[in-house]
Write a protein that binds this ligand. Structure first.
Ligand code: COD
Ligand code: ATP
Length: 200
């Protein structure tokens, strides 16, 4: 039995969460790095202190992370993106490693949804990488439709992400998501058959 760590990556709005949720429903553990990052930013006293020092006390309102303010501050300035990444990413990696090791006690396959895998140069942490790939116009339409972020906000974040076309050459599986959710699920099923075989 081989223990395999598999990354699920892709640009903003590509469909990573749909893929991850499907994989979870099939019975496999999935870690979500955006959520792990938020947890750390909400509870780690050193991280909170550094964020307030770099970006101001307004970064938290009544002890709660002020995501709107911080996103505005961070995604308008490359230095700020570098600064927040340097504060948060090393601790996220530590946490992912810790949780993965404990999940490997009772699982052979552990998945990690990690949007900024290549941007943070973390590809060597993983045995296999899945890229969820959708055309840029679809990603913007789908993300704006979800109404969490405006088109402008999505485009700003894209500026700090490596284009998915470049990532295609560096991954083991490309799951296209330019058609229906059913098509997406069927493609994920095929990849899971392969990964289960590889972990035997
Ligand atoms: C600025 C913050 C508070 C905004 O929070 P918000 O709830 O609006 O977004 P969320 O964290 O859910 O991220 C949504 C998407 O935005 C993009 N994004 C987030 N952080 C970054 C970044 N540093 N660089 C490029 N894109 C990013 C990713 O595609 C991500 O999936 C938050 O994104 C953040 O703290 N980012 C820096 C830490 C980080 O890199 N977290 C992501 C995973 S480790
Ligand atoms: N094939 C599809 N057909 C219809 N809607 C889709 C499809 N793929 C994704 N969506 C929708 O697009 C939005 C973005 O998808 P999802 O949240 O899975 O992407 P993500 O890569 O996790 O995004 P983010 O980077 O913002 O976390 C969601 O509202 C989702 O339901």
């Amino acid at each position: 039995m081989k223990k395999l760590k598999v990354a699920i990556t892709g640009g903003i709005g590509a469909g990573k969460s749909l893929v991850s949720n499907f994989i979870e429903r099939e019975g496999f553990p999935v870690l979500f790095s955006d959520e792990i990052a938020k947890g750390i930013m909400q509870s780690d006293v050193d991280v909170i202190r550094l964020i307030k020092k770099e970006f101001g006390e307004e970064s938290y309102i009544n002890e709660k992370l002020n995501t709107k303010y911080l996103a505005e501050k961070v995604f308008n300035n490359e230095d700020n993106v570098d600064k927040i990444n340097a504060i948060v990413h090393p601790i996220v990696v530590e946490k992912i490693n810790e949780i993965t090791e404990s999940l490997f006690k009772s699982n052979n396959l552990v998945f990690v949804e990690i949007p900024l895998l290549f941007e943070s140069e973390l590809e060597n942490l993983f045995d296999y990488i899945i890229l969820v790939y959708s055309n840029e116009n679809l990603r913007i339409a789908r993300t704006s439709e979800r109404s969490k972020l405006s088109e402008g906000e999505v485009r700003k974040r894209m500026m700090f992400q490596i284009p998915d076309e470049e990532k295609k050459d560096k991954v083991d599986f490309v799951i296209e998501n330019n058609s229906s959710k059913d098509d997406l699920e069927n493609r994920v099923k095929l990849v899971l058959i392969l990964l289960k075989e590889l972990s035997k």
